[in-house]
Design a protein around this ligand. Structure first.
Ligand code: IPE
Ligand code: IPE
Ligand code: MG
Length: 244
């Protein structure tokens, strides 16, 4: 499969809604946390797969603002898994040239989690092979609300005139200011929705949905999605003939 992929037509940025851990575990008669633990293997596969093939940015939706409403034991289990995974993987990420970023309401995370993530971000700050962006305690409506507040503040301070608010101003005030928009968004496990993920940034992304549950998602599945992406015509409002 990988040999069919055109390396010159890769998306620079792939974003993934990692869904289906709970259902995957339930099918095996196990608790939801078992599914989340296995999901870490898929994360590793995607980081490796993207780095190997030459995708520059990978954003993973790991925990949404709405996920705080899950049963307390699951939230706690997820936070502990996050902490132990970052602790275990930071060195490997660094060796492989991966730079870690976090988008989301950082302050809402437990302090141990913040410390672990900050350390990993510092260690990997000089890397350029792959930018790995974890969306944690993230939701698009939260992000856009924060951006509006920042812009309003600049207007109030007289550092920004209302007439100078451009699309670029919005982009610059989002948590993703330093990243290009994703060209490809993948959601696993069969749900056809965005669930408050990168609403602004996905404006022209190609959306790819698969029934595969996240813990079963492997490099081959990524290649399949990339191939599917490459066979689409991205018109951006124009007509087919104009693209030749
Ligand atoms: C995705 O899997 C992981 C997180 C949202 C943290 P789910 O936990 O949503 O699994 P399902 O959708 O219930 O199967
Ligand atoms: C979206 O999955 C959030 C993450 C993958 C982190 P959910 O499972 O929480 O989304 P809904 O509730 O099905 O929309
Ligand atoms: Mg889900």
């Amino acid at each position: 499969m990988i040999e069919l992929i055109d390396k010159k037509k890769l998306p620079r940025h792939v974003a993934i809604i990692m869904d289906g851990n709970g259902r995957w575990a339930k099918e095996r008669g196990r608790d939801r946390l078992f599914g989340h633990q296995h999901g870490v293997i898929s994360v590793r596969e995607m980081v490796e797969g993207c780095a190997e093939i030459g995708v520059e940015y990978l954003t993973l939706y790991a925990f949404s603002t709405e996920n705080w409403n899950r049963p307390e034991s699951e939230v706690q289990g997820l936070m502990e898994l996050l902490i132990s995974t970052i602790r275990k993987e930071a060195e490997t990420l660094h060796k492989n040239g991966v730079r870690l970023y976090v988008i989301g309401d950082f302050a809402s995370l437990p302090q141990v989690c913040i410390d672990e993530l900050e350390e990993a971000m510092n260690i990997t700050a000089g890397n350029t092979k792959l930018n790995l962006i974890l969306a944690l305690s993230y939701s698009s409506k939260w992000e856009i609300t924060e951006a509006v507040k920042k812009i309003a503040q600049q207007v109030q301070n007289n550092t920004l005139a209302i007439d100078d608010i451009k699309e670029e101003t919005i982009k610059q005030n989002l948590a993703t200011a330093n990243f290009p928009d994703p060209e490809l968004m993948i959601r696993t496990s069969g749900e056809h929705r965005i669930s408050n993920f990168l609403l602004y940034q996905l404006a022209y992304a190609e959306l790819y949905f698969t029934h595969t549950h996240w813990p079963d998602f492997r490099k081959e599945n990524l290649y399949e999605a990339l191939l599917n992406y490459q066979n689409r015509e991205r018109r951006f409002g124009k007509i087919s003939e104009q693209l030749k």
